[in-house]
Design a protein around this ligand. Structure first.
Ligand code: HEC
Ligand SMILES: [Cu+2]
Length: 357
């Protein structure tokens, strides 16, 4: 339908922004369906209201019927079933699309996004950075791992029908696959202060070869993982407490990512990106079972970029997602039997420590 409008250049009118991602055409189709259903019923109700108002207007010569209707089963079933079917179609269709939009493709290119008042800072896996511009290859899924340094922002690319809040203190993700080369608007879609309206940028979709050339063109020396490793052994001095032979000073982080971590207070958490971030910045919040709270909080000492780099490095140390299909590499190290009785699972758990979710 949007083709209809773009096919008439003389009108210079677009009902929708350009559609340039693998999902945008389908989001539009659902939207048009909602608009069509709403328009049809709004029109029908409008016409019927007018018709009944005229047809049954008060006339002195017409007698009021002595009995009043108590109901009409067939009519009532009709007006229950038709709207029910329609909204269930909307629900099923919308849910299917939503799940697809929220399921990150495993082979996606990961780009790190840090929002701050009032700019977008981005970093590619090879280390190349950019501000308010995002270069991506065409026809390849791109996943954004995003966080804010200050207030809530929202990463919005209308041409991709993609919008995701960017929060302080918590990673959110989004993905898209651009299908047309070109330049597309990037907006912040969450009011974030005085210069919110200037927090704008561009997504530049390039052919594969152009993208590779662009990626290599920066003055990048180290990849995100290498930067993380450098922090781990250098400035962060994480290695003094986290290495296979660090003993009781700190747990070995090998194979940690994606596993279940048993905490001192009996809780079990999945070692995902948000857990790793919290463990680095505020380790006291979640103490690993069997360890002392020796780790200093790194809050205020590491930038969000640095934390992202550390996490990218820790993920390379192995874990569920790094080695799909292989058994959990992490040895059991927390004897759940010594946990307080109240924290024991109600049924005897056969799940080994460090099991996958
Ligand atoms: C003084 C020693 C020490 C230093 C330095 C240290 N840690 Fe820790 N770390 C610990 C201890 C002890 C624990 C376990 C207790 C806890 O959860 O706080 C831990 C826990 C963790 C965990 C959770 C591990 C798990 O098995 O769930 C992560 C992730 C982590 N540290 C990352 C880091 C990173 C990254 C750095 C460097 C920026 C660092 N640590 C520096 C001692 C340290
Ligand atoms: Cu903003």
């Amino acid at each position: 339908m949007s083709k209809l409008f773009t096919a008439l250049p003389s009108l210079q009118f677009r009902l929708m922004p350009e559609d340039a991602s693998s999902i945008s055409g389908r989001v539009d189709a659902l939207y048009y369906f909602l608009v069509a259903v709403s328009t049809f019923f709004a029109g029908l109700i409008f016409v019927l209201v007018l018709y009944f108002a005229l047809r049954y207007r008060h006339r002195p010569e017409v007698q009021q019927p002595a009995t009043s209707h108590t109901g009409n089963l067939k009519l009532e079933i009709t007006w229950i079933v038709i709207p029910f079917v329609l909204v269930m179609i909307m629900f099923g269709w919308g849910a299917k699309l939503f799940v697809e939009m929220r399921t990150m493709p495993p082979d996606a290119l990961e780009v790190f996004v840090v929002g701050k008042q009032w700019m977008w800072k981005l970093q590619h896996p090879n280390g190349r950075r950019e501000i308010n511009e995002l270069h991506v290859p065409v026809g390849r899924p791109v996943m954004l791992r995003m966080i804010s340094e200050d207030v809530i922002h929202s990463f919005y690319v209308p041409a991709f029908r993609m919008k995701q809040d960017v929060l302080p203190g918590y990673y959110t993700t989004a993905w898209f696959e651009a299908q047309k080369t070109g330049r597309y608007h990037l907006f912040c879609a969450e009011y974030c202060g005085t210069e919110h309206s200037s927090m704008i940028g561009q997504v530049i979709v390039m052919e594969q070869e152009d993208y590779q050339r662009w990626l290599a063109g920066g003055d990048t020396e180290r990849s995100v993982i290498e930067l993380g490793q450098e922090l781990f052994t250098g400035k962060g001095s994480c290695r003094t407490c986290h290495s296979p032979d660090s003993g009781p000073r700190g747990p070995d982080l090998t194979g940690l990512y994606g596993t279940t971590v048993h905490l001192q207070d009996g809780r079990k958490v999945t070692a995902d990106e948000n857990y790793l971030r919290e463990s680095i910045l505020r380790p006291g919040n979640k103490i690993v079972f069997g360890y002392e709270s020796l780790m200093p909080p790194y809050e205020g000492q590491l930038s969000e970029e640095e934390v992202l780099q550390l996490i990218a490095y820790i993920k390379t140390l192995g874990g569920t997602e790094a080695a799909p299909g292989s058994p959990a590499t992490r040895p059991a190290r927390e004897p759940p039997t010594t946990a307080p009785a109240a924290m024991q699972p109600t049924s005897p758990s056969t799940q080994p420590a460090g099991a996958r979710r």
